[in-house]
Design a protein around this ligand. Structure first.
Ligand SMILES: [Zn+2]
Length: 102
């Protein structure tokens, strides 16, 4: 059952309502229902967006807005770690080789 209530409108809101009425969006009740429904759906969507984390720098990404895979591929932290790892490996190899040469 619809329930009657009252709201306080600013002049700016009243002007917007008038414009919407003129454009054929129905009564104040219709416009209020549509407006709340739109805001509700938008906010629910925003809160249920999928979030993924970069495994290298642990930054969180909204998957609907950014290409996470591209970030992960080019993640500076990841590239730095890979370079560090490779230089550590080659240093170890060099030490091992020096050890066997003795
Ligand atoms: Zn990253």
């Amino acid at each position: 059952m619809p329930r009657q209530t009252s709201v306080q409108l600013t002049e700016a809101t009243e002007q917007q309502i008038q414009w919407l009425k003129n454009e054929g969006y129905g009564t104040f009740t219709d416009i209020t229902r549509i407006a709340i429904d739109r805001m509700y759906r938008e906010e629910v969507n925003r809160m249920t967006l999928k979030v993924r984390q970069c495994p290298h720098c642990l930054q969180s990404f909204n998957t609907d807005l950014v290409d996470v895979d591209r970030h992960i591929e080019n993640c500076e932290r990841h590239i730095r770690e890979t370079v560090d790892h490779k230089s550590r490996e080659s240093a170890q190899r060099a030490r091992a080789k020096a050890g066997t040469d003795k």
